[in-house]
Design a protein around this ligand. Sequence first.
Ligand code: ATP
Length: 409
Amino acid sequence: MKKATIVSIGNELLSGRTVDTNAAYLAAQLLSIGIPVTGVYTVGDDIDLIVHKIRLAGDDGDIIISTGGLGPTDDDVTRQAVAKFLGVELVLRNELMNQISGYFTAHNLQMPAKNIIQAYIPAGAEAIENQCGTAPGIMARSNGTLYIAMPGVPTEMKEMFIHITPQLREFAGGQAVISKTLKCFGAGESVIAGMLGDMMQRGRNPLINCTVENGVVTLYVIASHKDSETAEQMAQTDVQFLKNKLGDIIYGHDRQTLAEVIGEKLTHLGKTVATAESCTGGLIAKLITDISGSSKYFLQGWVTYSNKAKSAQLGVPAELIEKYGAVSEQVASAMAKGARDMAGADYAIGITGIAGPTGGTEEKPTGLVYISIACDKFIKTERFVFRSDRAAVRIRAAQTALNMLRKAL
Ligand code: ATP
């Protein structure tokens, strides 16, 4: 199996001004076509240091992909570094010169003299077309290693990567790679890894990999085989096994969000929902209405931050708040019930909690959140403690509320 290493180039990456999202994107994309990434190197705009990192990268990868440093300014030195690494001169390519000047003409601009450098690439290398900008990429082969340099600007890099994906697949052995994605919520990555045991072992085919964001664990099943039907079958078998093993922890597939899945279910059932939020400040309503067509099932949302608003808007009895506190199981339930009644919805979510970082006590710590789902058959309220900063507590709480609604449907 061919492996890749990534070299992220740019002083801004070392100063912390820019977060290296290119490496994250490339690692995920490469893995999805069956090319695991064995390392990521970060280096500033210095020819000798870049050459050094390319050499290191070549020690653990068959494919070296760099991003950054292909711009026209004096600090963009990647093409010089690649030429030095390959031991060749930079040569002016007239067709690139025409493309670059054409880009400026098409945008009604005068081409600055500095951009001429972008028409130079190392002798013997191929230029990769840049459909979003002026800097062509570079593709070169040397001693069985494939070297690719792409621009740092994420939109340009992504467009170029999509363009070269067929060549990467071919270089990786012409194997058919089938990738399936399952979305999970309600169990952490280590719990899921524990449930899957040996299936997540490195080097296994299909390879099962996971990423985590805002409580959503995404599982990738990547099967490779010389025959695409066999690869498809291998992936399907694992997907079925994962579905049996993880049950309703799996909520969807591909890029589906919890809000999307809920929207599909509510539409299918012909049911409606309303929300009554305190600590999430409208985030649940926002997530639900992010989905196009949500007006079919989302009736109304309240952000009742004060006790007075909870009573006046949702009919939560003031004595209940007095007796149990605004952050309590009883108040969350009353908020859900009130929202359901007031909106005339089939389902309602009530949520109250302490997002922090202030406001926690020993009895009611920061991150404590009560979430309630009300429908015609029941009002179900659960207690959670999310140990994180304010933003993370809020998004985790909102996602958890959507997940409870999903299960209630
Ligand atoms: P340019 O023509 O803009 O100079 P370039 O190929 O030289 O293109 P850089 O100058 O290295 O690219 O980066 C341009 C911008 O792209 C940076 O200012 C930064 O915002 C973004 N960028 C660069 N590298 C990365 C990275 N690894 N991850 C995310 N963003 C990046």
